[in-house]
Design a protein around this ligand. Structure first.
Ligand code: AMP
Length: 281
C-alpha cells in the first residue's frame, strides 16, 4: 500500500494506474475507521482494480462549536486496517494543502444544503462538497463510494458530480449497524454508557414511522408524528429534526407514494446522532 501526503503524489500514483487501464474506486473518510468504513472499502475492492482511501478530518465541515479538536485521529491504526483490506493507495493530505489560506472557491449545492442537517449545521455541506470536489480532482477515480448513513451528503455529492460533469459514478452503500440497530459512527464513542443504552431508540423510532407509512390511511404528517412521539421518549435526548423526503431529490414528501426516505437527527447533550431508513410504497 502506498501512502501519499501531497496532491502531486496521489495524482501521479493514480495516473500510473489509469495509464495501465486500471479502474479506481475511491472511499473518502475522516479516519477513525470502523467496520462501516471497511464495508465501503470492500465494495470498492470488489468492483475496481485499485482502491484509494483518503483520511482527512475536514475543518470546513465542522461548525465553531463542534468537535473538530476532539475528533479521533488514530492514523497508524487506520493505516494498518487499510493494509489488511488491501487498499492500494492511502491519501492523507495536510490541512494547509486542502484548505489553503488563499483559496477563493467554494462548492455549494444550493437548496439541498439548507434543509435537514444543513439547518442545524450551517456551512457543513459547503465544507463537505468543497473538499470532496478537491479530493476528486486529486484522485480522479472512476467511482466514489459513500455510505447511506449520511444520506443527505450522498444525495448532495451525487448532485454535485452530475451538475459539474465530474465524470465519476457515485455508489451509495448500505448502513452498517450494531446488533441493537445503532448505526456505526465514530461519534458513538462520545456517548456515556446510559446514552449508549438509549441511542438505539433513534432507529427504533424510524422503524415505527416506516410501519405507520404502511398503515391504510397514513399520511406524511402521521408518519412524522409517530416518529416524533417515539423519539420524545428517548431519555436524555433532544430531537434535532425528523423528515420524510423523496429519496432522490430530498424534497419533503407531500404524499405517501414512490421511493421515500425517513431521516432524523437527535442530540444527547453535545453528541449529535443521525440515521435514516428507506420507505418503499
Ligand atoms: P466519515 O469518516 O464519518 O466521514 O465517513 C466516511 C464514509 O463512511 C461516509 O461515506 C459515511 O457515510 C460512511 N459511513 C460512516 N458510518 C457508516 C455506517 N454506519 N454505515 C454505512 N456507511 C457509513
Amino acid at each position: 500500500m502506498k501512502i501519499a501526503r501531497s496532491p502531486g503524489a496521489i495524482t501521479s500514483l493514480t495516473a500510473l494506474w489509469r495509464r495501465r487501464g486500471e479502474s479506481i474506486g475511491f472511499v473518502p473518510t475522516m479516519g477513525a475507521l470502523h467496520k462501516a468504513h471497511l464495508s465501503l472499502v470492500r465494495r470498492a475492492r470488489a468492483r475496481h482494480d485499485r482502491v484509494v482511501v483518503s483520511i482527512f478530518v475536514n475543518p470546513l465541515q465542522f461548525g465553531p462549536k463542534e468537535d473538530l479538536k476532539k475528533y479521533p485521529r488514530p492514523f497508524l491504526k487506520d493505516a494498518a486496517l487499510c493494509r489488511e483490506e488491501k487498499v492500494d493507495g492511502l491519501y492523507h493530505p495536510t490541512v494547509s494543502v486542502m484548505v489553503p489560506k488563499n483559496a477563493c472557491t467554494v462548492v455549494e449545492v444550493q437548496g439541498l444544503d439548507r434543509r435537514y442537517c444543513g439547518t442545524s449545521r450551517p456551512g457543513h455541506f459547503r465544507g463537505v462538497a468543497t473538499i470532496v470536489a478537491k479530493l476528486l480532482g486529486q484522485v480522479r477515480p472512476d467511482a466514489l463510494y459513500l455510505g447511506e448513513k449520511d444520506y443527505q451528503q450522498l444525495v448532495i455529492l451525487d448532485r454535485m458530480t452530475r451538475d459539474l460533469d465530474l465524470g465519476v459514478k457515485v455508489v451509495g452503500c448500505p448502513i452498517i449497524r450494531e446488533a441493537d440497530g445503532l448505526a456505526l459512527s465514530s461519534r458513538n464513542a462520545f456517548l456515556s454508557t446510559t446514552q449508549r443504552a438509549h441511542a438505539p431508540g433513534l432507529i427504533a423510532s424510524l422503524r415505527k414511522g416506516a410501519l405507520e407509512a404502511k398503515r391504510r390511511g397514513a399520511t406524511p404528517a402521521s408518519v412524522l408524528a409517530s416518529v416524533r412521539r417515539s423519539m420524545k421518549k428517548i431519555p436524555g435526548s433532544k430531537i434535532d429534526y425528523i423528515a420524510l423526503a423523496d429519496a432522490a431529490t430530498l424534497e419533503p414528501a407531500r404524499t405517501l407514494q414512490g421511493r421515500l426516505r425517513l431521516l432524523a437527527a437527535l442530540f444527547f447533550r453535545n453528541t449529535r446522532l443521525i440515521d435514516n431508513i428507506p420507505i418503499l410504497l
